[in-house]
Design a protein around this ligand. Structure first.
Ligand code: ATP
Length: 327
């Protein structure tokens, strides 16, 4: 499930126009970086989305608005709020957190797709990004054609393309799933097949920094294992990987540093086992709290029902009494 984009940039620095608020505590990730300058440096990063959303999007409301020439109110979603961390070269950084915590948004900023609303992102090296399924490939072209197209976009020579094409196809190993699939349009692929091609292309871009957003989740166990091996190999060669995933065991297994995001904030940064265990504990506590609240609400509702029934009973008795007396 992925797309890829690669930049040839040796040093990318994204800076927001205004840096006003003081930076929160910076999370240094490794003690002995291979390169004294970090591969990634994020300082007081804020990322906001502006959307025009209506509470009640009805045709009537739209017509009234048009007649009255009213504008739809703009809503600001603060996806990332003041996050700072550094990633030395050769790190596999796992990024975990609940749905909507801001993980993918953070990755988009690292890849340069999304400029910071405020703060600073520095990325040193060639970046290859594996993002959401479907982006980056032409669905009507075959897997092979998309690989060649990707190579051309990278500025590879014909020989390089030929050499890498075979290696990418070998790595993706689609034939074991469906013979000849590599020469069929990608719109006919399953999400797992897509993930295989995307991941194979991404790692063959020879990136210094590989950004992976759940790209492996569609792959089967065997492919995940091979992808893991490949990522570790990249990492041994001082390449840096940022892996966003809900697969906590994958993150635990693969990463040597982990950050936990919650509602756009960085909750913890440190050893993967420690961070993941704390995250799991928090999830349990949240679930218990939610269960407790639900039970309390149900008990309250039952009490109110009982009180209403008692009141109705009393009213009925009073009515019967009144009717009886009248009679
Ligand atoms: N294109 C967008 N426009 C508006 N809001 C967005 C957009 N993309 C994400 N958001 C919002 O930003 C917040 C963070 O979303 P993001 O996708 O970064 O979270 P995430 O941690 O990756 O979630 P998940 O684990 O579900 O993929 C959410 O509130 C989300 O609704």
């Amino acid at each position: 499930m992925s797309s890829l984009s690669a930049s040839e940039t040796v040093e990318t620095v994204e800076t927001a126009e205004s840096v006003q608020t003081p930076a929160p505590a910076t999370a240094a990730i490794a003690e002995k970086p291979l390169d004294p300058r970090p591969a990634i440096k994020v300082e007081d990063l804020h990322l906001y989305y502006r959307t025009k959303a209506e509470a009640n999007p009805t045709l009537k409301a739209a017509l009234i608005r048009k007649v009255k020439r009213q504008k739809v109110e703009q809503k600001v979603i603060k996806a990332v709020q003041g996050v700072s961390f550094e990633v030395p070269h050769g790190t596999v950084l796992g990024v975990i957190g609940h749905n909507g915590a801001g993980k993918s948004t953070l990755l988009r900023a690292l890849s340069g797709i999304l400029p910071p609303t405020q703060g600073r992102v520095e990325v040193r090296g060639r970046v290859s990004t594996l993002l959401a399924l479907g982006v980056g490939f032409n669905q009507n072209l075959t897997g092979r054609e998309n690989i060649v197209l990707g190579g051309l976009a990278q500025g590879w020579s014909k020989d390089q393309i030929r050499e890498k094409e075979n290696s990418i196809i070998d790595f993706a190993d689609l034939d074991t799933l469906s013979e000849g699939a590599i020469d069929r349009p990608m719109k006919t692929y399953s999400s797992g097949m897509y993930a295989r091609v995307a991941f194979a292309v991404g790692v063959h871009m020879d990136p210094d920094i590989l950004l992976v957003d759940e790209a492996l989740s569609a792959g089967d166990a065997r492919f995940k294992e091979r992808a893991t091996e490949k990522m570790l190999e990249l990492c041994e060669n001082a390449r840096t990987i940022v892996l966003v995933s809900h697969g906590l065991e994958t993150v635990r297994h693969m990463s040597n540093h982990c950050i936990w995001m919650d509602h756009g904030n960085l909750v913890q940064s440190g050893d993967p086992d420690e961070v993941i265990d704390n995250y799991i504990e928090k999830q349990h506590k949240d679930r218990e709290e939610a269960d407790r609240k639900k039970a309390a609400a149900e008990a309250k509702e039952a009490q109110e029902d009982e009180a209403l029934a008692a009141k109705a009973e009393k009213t009925k008795e009073a009515l019967q009494k009144a009717i009886g007396e009248d009679v």
